[in-house]
Design a binder for this molecule. Structure first.
Ligand SMILES: [Zn+2]
Length: 466
């Protein structure tokens, strides 16, 4: 399996599976609701981790939660809530979003505030080596003391200086230096340290928590959004490598950013879409399929129309699974290696995913596979070989789309209904296909009397209980 490494600027192979992979991803800062850009980030790495496991890797995955930061302090001040309240509320919302999106927790989800002593030790180590200095209770990293600074973002220090906004900050030796520790102002949350009562800078927490919880000074994979490359990831590398003298991460994997109708998402533009707002008008399935339909490293543009189109793709998967289930289970007796077209398709799909996790290409091959299988199902072949291959295709689809990519393939009416009600819904679909509106309406009324409302939409009938 290969992934594109932002550091070497080329694709690199992972060690041959089975192998252990340590992976860290920068998580959210809990000062506000998560938006759909966060959803893309969380989902991308959730599915990449699941895929690596599917391919035989033992992945240890750590994703942090930033629960102390200038943004949280600012939010508390604006809203009149306490710092702790802002953190607690937004942590709850974050975990609700994760659950509603059907994303799995990481193996460890450390919170910055639980690891302050670790960060103090790390900062003390950098001070002892001359990579940091204390200035009026703050501690800064001395960027020019680390020769590799700029290697991830591909910028020279002098070039960066041109781009950086120079606040005439008297406390710093150099405008590029960044804070490792910030002295608290009155009313701000603080922890005691040898330099001042204060809090850690944002960058230091990732360096410390990744090394601690992955149990290594050189991570196999460090992941995050492209917008974090500079300065966040550049600073993480500098802090970690200046202390340990070892490469901080072998592979840097960055996902592309998300725009809304061609514009950057921003509260000021009124186009800020939270996860919960997106889920009011679109299913989790269609949101996920939307993310999968573009390569993770590319930018992606969100429009309501595109999301709506995704329902058609989902309906194709669900329709196929529903149809395949009508073929008897015992036909699974046909072995996978006997089904040549499926083996070929599987090779292409896995090949695409192994090649820098190209989900867009893999989806194309998957739809081709469905077209082929549907064609011979339509032809009405009844022998064991064909029926077996239908069930084998369904099995593969479930492994990949449900097990790895987190989609739901069972039709919404499969759960929560009695056998009889389920059969009535099935009969109604057939009645409508035969344009037997009378029977279709009769069934709707029978179900209504039982407290089940049936509605017809673009993607077929849906039901809900009243
Ligand atoms: Zn980070």
């Amino acid at each position: 399996m290969e992934l594109y490494n932002s550091l070497s600027r080329k694709r690199e192979a992972l060690p041959a599976a089975p192998a252990h992979i340590s992976m860290y991803s920068c998580g959210v800062t809990v000062y506000d609701k998560c938006h759909i850009g966060h959803a893309r980030s969380l989902y991308t790495f959730d599915s990449l981790v699941r895929y690596m496991r599917y391919r035989g890797y033992y992945v240890r995955f750590v994703r942090n939660v930033t629960d102390v930061d200038d943004k949280i302090i600012a939010k508390a001040r604006q809203s009149g809530k306490s710092f702790d309240e802002v953190v607690r509320e937004n942590m709850e919302l974050y975990y609700k979003d994760m659950a509603d999106l059907g994303l799995r927790p990481a193996d460890v989800e450390p919170r910055a505030t639980e690891n302050i002593p670790l960060m103090i030790d790390h900062i003390a180590g950098l001070l002892a080596k001359g990579h940091a200095y204390v200035s009026e209770g703050d501690v800064y990293f001395r960027v020019r003391s680390f020769p590799g600074y700029g290697k991830l973002s591909g910028q020279s220090i002098d070039k960066m200086l041109e781009g950086v906004r120079i606040d005439k900050d008297e406390k710093k030796e150099d405008p590029l230096d960044f804070a490792l520790w910030k002295k608290a102002k009155p009313g701000e949350p603080f922890w005691s340290s040898p330099w001042s009562d204060g809090r850690p800078g944002w960058h230091i927490e990732c360096s410390c928590m990744s090394i601690k919880h992955l149990g290594t000074e050189t991570l196999d994979i460090h992941a995050g959004g492209r917008d974090l490359i500079f300065p966040h990831h550049e600073n993480e590398i500098a802090q970690a490598e200046a202390l340990t003298g070892k490469p901080f991460a072998r592979l840097w994997v960055h996902h592309g950013l998300l725009t809304i109708n061609g514009q950057k998402m921003a509260k000021s533009l009124g186009n800020f879409i939270t996860v919960q707002e997106a889920l009011k008008s679109h299913s989790v399935n269609s949101l996920k399929l939307f993310f999968l339909s573009t390569h993770y490293a590319s930018s992606i543009d969100y429009t309501a129309d595109k999301l709506g189109d995704m329902e058609k793709g989902i309906a194709r998967f669900q329709g196929f699974v529903n149809r395949a289930q009508q073929v008897a289970e015992d036909k699974l007796g046909v072995r996978l290696d006997e089904v040549e077209f499926l083996l070929e398709a599987k090779e292409k799909i896995i090949g695409a995913l192994d090649s820098d996790f190209n989900t867009a290409l893999a989806l194309g091959h998957l739809f081709d596979l469905l077209t082929a299988v549907n064609r011979f199902m339509d032809a009405g072949k009844q022998d064991d070989y064909f029926e077996g291959s239908i069930r084998q295709t369904e099995k593969f689809l479930r492994e990949l789309l449900e097990g790895v990519l987190g989609l739901t393939l069972d039709l919404p009416h499969a759960a929560g209904l009695s056998v009889e009600e389920d059969a009535l819904l099935g009969e109604r679909v057939e009645a409508r296909q035969a344009k037997n509106w009378k029977r279709s309406d009769e069934i709707r009324d029978i179900l209504k009397a039982r407290g089940i409302i049936v509605e017809d939409g673009k993607t077929g009938q849906t039901w809900r209980r009243v």
